[in-house]
Design a protein around this ligand. Structure first.
Ligand SMILES: [Zn+2]
Length: 63
């Protein structure tokens, strides 16, 4: 079953692999590069939203 994310920035639909069927965290749109905070349970997308810049920096170890 395909997991589809609708990019909040460019509006493009992009697919995620089965590795994301239970996942919570950042996902990057490969078309425009926008990073989304997503929550996926049993291949169902529960939440898609923008990542706070500060939070993203912490996850990448910049701060
Ligand atoms: Zn995009």
């Amino acid at each position: 079953m395909k997991i589809r994310i609708n990019c909040i920035s460019c509006g493009h639909l992009f697919d995620l692999t089965d590795a994301y069927q239970d996942y919570e965290g950042p996902v990057k749109c490969w078309i425009c590069g926008e990073v989304h905070e997503v929550k996926i349970e049993n291949s169902l997308v529960k939440r898609v939203g923008p990542v706070q810049k500060k939070q993203l920096a912490e996850e990448q170890g910049i701060v």
